[in-house]
Design a binder for this molecule. Structure first.
Ligand code: LLP
Length: 419
């Protein structure tokens, strides 16, 4: 496939449509997703893993729009959910609960109940507390809960500390050294069935060596359990494959799959992967308009109508997203601009020191926003959340309406005064 976002005669297109047309139709800020980019990514990963029995469980947190989830379901993907809300979204989008793994370090009793009642394929448990609570709930429902233990392999994923999850000091999973005893406990429970094992070491991995180390450790444990008579059906290695935002040399989906095939060579357990960002990250952009320009002695600020409430990644992680003019810049000379939103926080920036030729009213695309963009949006500063649009070839469809001002406070009420 051609790249989903490409220039034709100076204009930035999504598939067959100029993004200026999308901005004119739906306004800004607006997320735009390429359906075929998502489809290509899923099919590439699926085909690359095809020599080995596997299941892709798309990590819903990356982009949980119903249209995206529905597309994933049509492509045969399962889902990795981390809340009752995500599970409900998957079901509303036509996903099959029997292809859902339920992850999360602090599931509530209600969520465990909801997951069992819906018939998810596996609950990835992360603590003894959760085991005790799940056993009780499964007993009440008269069910046997299919479970996998999330182990913490203690490897350094070499990614941003906020999205690194596989170190001993992180809150996730149980120490790998404790796993054997816990599996014996699970195995002897009348209401729990240990069918798998799970790990996830972090996100935006651009080096596969830590993943390889983690999987190797997990496979060693699976073999050890096997020798004790505990036979697991699947091995879930989480998600985490990185993408290119700037100049990162992220491994391709194919290279990622090749590593997994090599690690699983000669084995029989089903391989489960939970990719999020690598399937949708580069399939989306955020469109924004330059409200005003504020050049100064120290810095030049381009004030845009998207803000940290729309795209939190730069403010939260110092993440870098490419920023491009939708149309060929006019004759104004390029300058270094800080692209900032209207929110009352110095951390409210989308990009800093970007060389761009800008005029007021210009439209910009913030690239690589398909993952952890809209899903991390908030209403801070009482800003309605952006619209979301999906494009397929020459067709476009509004997959989420822009929030209205009224919706921001329609569940609030005044405290009743006692006269
Ligand atoms: N499975 C589990 C258990 C996870 O915790 C995550 C992500 C994934 C799968 C999917 O990881 P991916 O393939 O997308 O890397 N908000 C951050 C990313 C947080 C990721 C949290 N867990 C960001 O904007 O970079």
């Amino acid at each position: 496939m051609a790249e989903p976002f490409e220039r034709t005669q100076g204009e930035l297109y999504v598939e067959e449509l100029p993004l200026t047309g999308i901005a004119a139709e739906y306004g800004t800020p607006c997320y735009v997703y390429s359906r075929s980019a998502i489809e290509t990514a899923v099919k590439t990963l699926d085909a690359s893993l095809s020599p080995y029995p596997h299941q892709i469980c798309y990590a819903v947190k990356a982009n949980s729009n119903l249209a995206v989830l529905n597309l994933m379901a049509r492509l045969g993907a399962g889902f990795d959910v981390v809340s009752g809300g995500e599970l409900a979204r998957v079901i509303a989008a036509g996903g099959n609960p029997a292809q859902v793994v339920f992850s999360g370090v602090a599931k509530t009793d209600d969520e465990l109940h909801q997951a069992l009642a819906a018939g998810v394929s596996c609950i990835n448990i992360e603590s003894i507390s959760e085991i005790v609570r799940l056993e009780k709930i499964a007993a009440e429902l008269g069910l046997i809960a299919p479970v996998a233990l999330r182990v913490n392999p203690d490897v350094d994923a070499k990614t941003h500390p906020y999205i690194s999850t596989g170190l001993k000091e992180n809150k996730f999973g149980v120490e790998i050294a404790a796993a054997e005893a816990i599996y014996s406990q699970l195995d002897s429970s009348p209401h729990l069935s240990p069918i798998g094992i799970d790990c996830h070491i972090g996100s935006q991995l651009t080096d596969l060596a830590p993943l390889s180390d983690a999987v190797t450790r997990v496979l060693g444990l699976v073999d050890q359990l096997h020798s004790l008579g505990i036979h697991l059906h699947h091995i879930d290695i989480g998600g985490g494959l990185g993408i290119r935002y700037k100049d990162e040399e992220a491994p391709s989906l194919k290279e990622y799959a090749e590593l997994l095939l090599a690690l699983f060579k000669g084995r029989t357990e089903q391989l489960v992967v939970e990719p999020g960002r690598s399937l949708v990250g580069n399939a989306g952009v955020l469109l924004t308009r330059v409200i005003g320009l504020k050049p100064g002695a120290e810095k030049n600020f381009a004030l845009v109508d998207a803000a940290m409430n729309d795209l939190l990644r730069p403010a939260l992680y110092g993440a870098w997203h490419n920023i491009e003019n939708l149309e060929e810049p006019s004759s104004v000379p390029p300058r270094k601009w800080d692209i900032v939103g209207p929110i009352c926080e110095t951390g409210d920036f989308i990009g800093q020191q970007r060389l761009l030729a800008l005029q007021e009213g210009d439209l910009l695309a913030i690239m690589s926003c398909g993952a952890y963009g809209f899903t991390m949006a908030s209403n801070y500063n009482s800003r309605p959340r952006a619209a979301e649009v999906m494009v397929d070839g020459g067709r476009h469809h509004l997959v989420r309406q822009r929030e209205t001002i009224e919706q921001l406070f329609d569940r609030e009420s005044l405290f009743p005064d006692v006269e």
